[in-house]
Ligand binder design. Structure first.
Ligand SMILES: NC(=O)c1ccc[n+]([C@@H]2O[C@H](COP(=O)([O-])OP(=O)(O)OC[C@H]3O[C@@H](n4cnc5c(N)ncnc54)[C@H](OP(=O)(O)O)[C@@H]3O)[C@@H](O)[C@H]2O)c1
Length: 193
């Protein structure tokens, strides 16, 4: 079966790619909540490749590299860092000369061609982990098989945006909706081809 590409998106209700503050957003939990289970933990077995835009890659390396973990971090955060460092990490960039975090390689060029190449390589499923501009390219070019969208209960009004003009409509089938403790939702969609 072809490798499935899922775009992970984390947005405010108005589509901005910001981790906004709202009641509950700062609560640190010892055990993984439904967000972690749905977006990551349930997929550790089926995914082995993560695609990032250069800015998101640099941000993740700084925050989620195993060497950046603090002893007080809960176990599931260590597990997440270990998972990322076990995966093949693809960073899209025209400017990076090297990408030293984990098992990384730099790719560049026409996104449709890059996706064709990645899908042709042996491996498990693929997650596209931002940022918003790369996610938008996947949406615009209709390259995603699935979307998992965290919607935060905030109208933010500024910042990098996920949605934008498209030449052709993308039709989606709703696979599932999960409502989280602090009013967030996770929407899981499949592209209808
Ligand atoms: N709330 C959220 O979900 C979320 C998630 C992730 C990030 N963010 C925020 O969003 C910002 C980063 O997102 P972003 O959308 O601005 O950037 P991004 O998508 O992470 O990275 C954009 C960069 O990716 C490279 N790129 C993309 N497509 C390429 C291609 N086909 N070929 C070669 N290079 C390609 C380019 O890098 P070069 O410039 O090196 O060529 C481009 O400047 C940060 O502020 C971050 O905090 C928010």
């Amino acid at each position: 079966m072809a490798r499935k590409i899922t775009v992970n998106m984390y947005m405010t209700l108005d589509g901005y790619g910001e981790f906004a503050k709202y009641p509950g957003s700062d609560v640190e939990e010892e055990e993984p909540n439904d967000f972690w289970k749905e977006m990551w933990i349930s997929r550790y077995e089926s995914v082995d490749t993560i695609v990032f835009g250069r800015r998101s890659y640099e941000g993740h390396a700084q925050v989620h590299g195993l060497s950046k973990r603090k002893p007080t971090d809960p176990k599931y955060m260590f597990d997440y860092s270990r998972f990322l460092e076990k995966c093949k990490l693809v960073v899209l960039s025209n400017t990076l000369k090297n990408a030293p975090w984990g098992n990384s390689r730099i790719m560049k060029g026409d996104l449709s061609e890059l996706v064709k190449k990645l899908k042709g390589e042996p491996g498990k499923d693929i997650i596209v982990e931002g940022g918003p501009s790369l996610a938008h390219d996947f949406i615009r070019l209709r390259l995603a098989d699935e979307y998992r969208i965290l919607v935060m209960p905030v109208i933010f009004g500024r910042g990098p945006h996920y949605w934008g003009p498209m030449e052709n409509q993308e039709t989606l089938k709703l696979i599932g909706v999960k409502i989280l403790t602090y009013g967030e939702m996770i929407l899981h969609y499949e592209s209808v081809r």
